[in-house]
Design a protein around this ligand. Structure first.
Ligand code: ZN
Length: 115
């Protein structure tokens, strides 16, 4: 069900393997660790995907449809939410695919700023 590209991407996010500016700064590649979208905080996976003003707005809109709790602040929260929600296995697969697409979209937007 889940598009493989998204599934792999979600795995990268969960394992904190993205080349975020916070990470690039740590290894001396980037001049600062700021989020490329808001420039308000360190660009970690959790910031970029869940705490950034841009991603919060995306999730706020999507919540009307997916009805994810508003307490989601990081990747672990969302995995836990999918695990705990009262839905069938098939519905959970669809949810996971939709969430994967959202996360992938946020990263895509971030890369448009970067390039
Ligand atoms: Zn940000």
């Amino acid at each position: 069900m889940t598009v493989p590209k998204y599934r792999f991407f979600v795995w990268l996010v969960m394992k904190k393997r993205l080349q975020t500016t916070a990470k690039l700064y740590r290894i001396g590649v980037s001049e600062n660790s700021n989020c490329l979208i808001c420039e308000q905080d360190d660009e970690t996976e959790d910031h970029l995907m869940f705490q950034c003003c841009y991603s919060q707005e995306v999730w706020r809109r999507i919540n009307r449809w997916l009805q994810i709790g508003s307490q989601i602040t990081d990747v672990d929260d969302i995995v836990q939410w999918i695990t705990d929600c009262r839905k069938t296995k098939e519905q959970k697969e669809i949810l996971a695919a939709a969430i994967g697409a959202v996360i992938y979209h946020i990263w895509w937007v971030r890369n448009q700023v970067y390039n």
